[in-house]
Design a protein around this ligand. Structure first.
Ligand code: ZN
Length: 199
């Protein structure tokens, strides 16, 4: 015998399939949602479908944005000759929060992982190479995570760019090994950026 109605079970199933949400949290959220006024639930549902439908990759840096070109790439005041390469949009947000980085970004949407079968062709690397061929760039700062995948990706990118003569740097290891950039405080992020070394 099912403890809950079919609709509740379906909602719990959907919620528990989300990252970081276990069975208990899913149940709690499901009952919370059912208890909300109908218009709140409709707003929540609409925000999910709207985000999925309207958010896409910036045509320059590949970050997630509502526009053709993201606000950072569209900003004339940014230093477009310095590109920081990050693994995802959350890492970009972490560096943006420091308010001290004036260059632009390139978002890979992943990292190379032979173990998981993720190769260079599975992340936004081709887009980076195209950018370097068409834009004037002085420096590429590699700010991938200090995990095995992040380091592998960094090395790969460095080897790829070196022959072009563009300066390639790697953020300092103030970032703890295996640490995700998005969880690191701003001071550590800035120190890592300032202490970057040329590869
Ligand atoms: Zn952009």
């Amino acid at each position: 015998m099912d403890l809950y109605s079919g609709h509740i079970n379906r909602l719990i199933d959907e919620l528990s399939s989300l990252p970081g949400i276990g069975g208990k949290s899913a149940q709690r959220l499901a009952f919370y949602i059912i208890g909300l006024p109908k218009d709140r639930v409709e707003r929540l549902a609409r925000s999910l479908t709207d985000a999925r439908e309207n958010v896409h990759y910036c045509s320059k840096c590949c970050t997630l944005t509502d526009d053709e070109i993201c606000p950072i790439c569209a900003n004339e005041k940014r230093d477009h000759r310095t590109i920081m390469v990050v693994e995802n949009t959350r890492d970009l947000a972490a560096y943006e929060k420091t308010g001290k980085y004036e260059g632009v970004y390139h978002v890979l949407h992943g990292a190379i992982s032979p173990m998981l079968g993720i190769g260079p062709g599975d992340i936004k690397l081709k887009e980076l190479v195209q950018r370097l061929q068409t834009e004037t760039v002085d420096e590429v700062i590699i700010a991938t995570n200090s995990s095995l995948e992040g380091e592998t990706t960094g090395m790969y990118i460095s080897k790829l760019i070196k022959p072009t003569g563009i300066k390639v740097t790697r953020i300092a290891s103030g970032v703890p090994v295996g640490g995700d950039l998005e969880y690191i405080d701003e001071v550590t992020l800035l120190r890592a950026l300032e202490g970057r070394t040329e590869l």
